[in-house]
Write a protein that binds this ligand. Sequence first.
Ligand code: ARG
Length: 507
Amino acid sequence: MKTKQTQRLWGAGFVQKPSDAVIGFTAGRDVVGSPAADAALMPYDMWVNQAHCVMLVKQGILPVSDAAKILEGLKHLDQLVKEGSFVLDPSKEDVHTNIESWLTEKLGIDVAGKLHTARSRNDQVTTDMRLFIKHQILAFVEQMLSLSTTLSMIAQAHKDTVLPGFTHHQHAMVTTMGHVLAGFAAMMVRDSERLLQWLNLHNTSLLGSVASYGTSFPIDAQMTASLLGFEKPSVNSMDAITNRWEPEVDYVFALSICMNHLSSLAQTLILWATPEFGMVTFADQFTTGSSLMPQKKNPDPLEVVKGKASVLHGQVVSLLGLGKANFIGYNRDTQWTKYILMDACSEVMFAPSVLAGMIQTMAVHKDQMHQWSMRGMVGATSLLEQYTQATYLPFRVSKMVIEKAVAYSVQPDMVNYGALMKAQKEEGIDASITRKQVRDWQDPKEILHATHSGGGPGGAEVEQSLRVLQKDAKSMHTRVNKYKQVLKKAKTTLEREIQTIIQKGAV
Ligand code: ARG
């Protein structure tokens, strides 16, 4: 018998296999662990070390000859980190002590031992974390804006694709695919704004706060702030260190709202893709099969998004807990904010891009959507509105008439003319309404044509809302780029200062 090695337990019939990224996204932490938190801080701690060292020289606190050696040492270490040959030693506690002890081994304590002048690991780690979060935000906002662009493009293409709108999971009123997707795009744009607002509150450097109560060395906290691309130094050293949970929870809360929106999009797509709705079909590469049932193509990435949203909610609560009743100054409990924050970042990391991929590749079944729009009395509200306008009856009276007409209609999907006439008569109303009017007022196309309330489902309104969203997204892209430029400029300036010091030290 021919034996065949099985790579995966499902997918033999898939036209396109899911990518490793999609498999990894759905597998979660089943088979991979998280890297050490401080490994992720390495590039930021190096940057903070460099900025601090440069400031110490410029303020006359550290001799240029020592600083040159330290800065060269840090360059060497940076090289080792990039090559992957520097591994954090757990016996040395954290990234700060690992770096300092490496420098001490290389340069001796007489030189390396001067770097920690006028600082503490407390202001170091909080500054590292602000840099970490800022970089995460700028990258995540770009993903969210890109998802909003994808949604907007498909919304534009389907601005006239009719489908039923739901309330309580029941057919409610007619809408369009364009309207629904533009609605989700609006959420992504608002989420991006919320994420960027973090920078209004927390774009500050903590260097200079030291252990929590400042230093008598003549440091220049403004200088380190600008060498790190921050807007300013913190205004109070105790506040800055005590509240090491606050920028964290602000970010994870903003992420939780993103994830709620993403999971609402996910749930909508999950239902649309069931055979019962039959409105969309996902591409093979964004589905997973079953280890048993051969016919299965499950929308696992969407369910994973919902699961991740729940994890984020818990993380918000944990971070709030870590910030509760903190006595003034540094508290070691707050080290745990680092793990929660980083876990949150890795949970959300690919969620917007996986959703964008799914939406871009899914097949949209317009005919099926249209058929569902003709079912479940989805035109009844429009009939009520038009009937009220045509008869000048008080709304409450016409509502009674149409409710009765709904009850008397023999077919379950549309109010019929005879039923309306019967209902009218019972209410003592003699309005002359034609059979055609009753039909047209419930026709999805006519309904959309007649809807002009602003932000509604009609093609022109969808286009108008997409224009507004595009403008907002563009201005956010500009802001993201500005923040990135500030960071880049800070790095360039710092590099120049480092070179100057290294040259001076060599003389
Ligand atoms: N690794 C520590 C943290 O993340 C650094 C600060 C330690 N400070 C102290 N005073 N023990 O919080």
